[in-house]
Design a protein around this ligand. Sequence first.
Ligand code: FBP
Length: 552
Amino acid sequence: MNLSPLQKARYEYVPKLPAMLRHGITEIAVKEGSTTTSAADQEKIKELFPNTYGKPEVTFEKGQNTSAAKKQVVGVILSGGQAPGGHNVICGLYDALKATNKENVLIGFKGGPSGLIEDNYIVFEDAYIDQYRNTGGFDIIGSGRTKLETEEQFAIATEVCKKHDITAIVIIGGDDSNTNACVLAEYMAAHNTGIQVIGCPKTIDGDLKNEDIEISFGFDTATKTYSELIGNIERDCNSAKKYWHFIKVMGRSASHVALECALECQPNICLISEEVKEKKQSLSEIADYIADAVEKRAAKGFNFGVVVIPEGVVEFVPEFSALIREINELLAGSKADAFNALSSWSEKYAFIEKGLSKDAMEVFAILPQAIQQQLFLERDPHGNVQVSLIESEKLFAALVDDKLKARKAAGTYTGKYAVQTHFFGYEGRCAFPSNFDADYCYSLGYNAFMLIQYGYNGYLSKVSNLSKPAEEWVAGGMPITKMMNIERRHGEDKPVIKKALVELDGKPFKYFEAHRDEWAEETAYVFPGAIQYYGPAEVCDITTRTLALEKA
Ligand code: FBP
């Protein structure tokens, strides 16, 4: 492998553990807190998880390690989208496992949860693990989006575990993967397999968050990477003074990524999907809001600006989601064949016009043709519109253009409007983890092994007090059932971990709201620059603005 100088240097980095995990394995004791209840729907969740419900929160502390001496064979899985730091979770897990007993074994199932079902694995050894320390990506074993959720899958997983004498499985994933980890833990307990299941909170989207999880790993690095790029664009924008840049950032549903980037970079506009939904804003209202800022800045001679758009925003626009529902219905099942048989776009357009309601058609009609075609042509395997593929940065740039042309025609606007569009997503998901993510992830993995060693099942590895230096972090575990409630999914009531959207009464949004009018009109850009790995702690080890505001 050809190594960059940074990669070589990062191999030497020693991740910081919370003080309570630094004493050496023999001096890590466990302290149990009070029993827990689920976030909501307590009776129902208790009934569904009789073996894993109501367990106590646990914290590790300095003291005599009283865990049972037993050989551990642990399986680990990376699940879902990549997030910087995943490799360090595995490294921390491996180091704690080997420090406890050299005979312990760590098995990595390849390509995500399907690796467990297909028994596709590698056994980790020092030389292999060492190549991945403090690096980005999930390529150590790969990841995948297969869901482990059926009894049949659980039975196969149990057989695979028995074959390898596996004592515990660690699932590194987001809200869905940890929900499934919890169901698997219950299955393992109900069937007396003796196999423990532990989860770790991952996702760059930042939407696996609650009173127990202060931040999911990867969010820090991904938002710092996007903020560097947005800051660079702001500098270019302020230098050339000729473009409005529309930048979409990842975050499939929640707008945490967009909000954090806005707090870091102070762009002229940042849309927040949760606010769009709360205020029931239409596409036209959003376009007017942006056009107002363009007009005000033009009046000051600033014919340039930066707009940040969260990936999932269009799904939060009520009229747009109603349109998507109608399109899905219009092309459901065999009805798609009639549409596909039409050869020209004008024939297809007539078909659409006939099939959609008047309200839906009004929304459809204002979309640029490229977006209209995207809605009908790029569909998922179930035939549904792939909302995440919609180029909302281009959509809003075009809608604002329409608004400005109308204002020009009415003689109320005389400025210039030239546009550049960008999508920052994959650029941030596999970056070298920031020191924060390198430390946090290593601690999560190390901690996950301590939970296994102390016999816990159905727990999430929890490291908290994260706005403080790593030494003051608190390591422990939380029953996954504590984070659950019942939600309607695909027409069924399901126990799930609640997805955390941006809270409009939370401190990060309130701060943004208090400053955004000034940022819209003035040029208040902040240029965060690249992630710093070496240097003073106040530059290299600080975490997100979101977390700092939440914990302020
Ligand atoms: P996870 O929720 O699995 O962590 O993935 C999040 C994410 O990075 C989103 O921000 C993005 O919409 C999506 O993955 C892209 O997924 P894919 O890799 O399948 O294109």
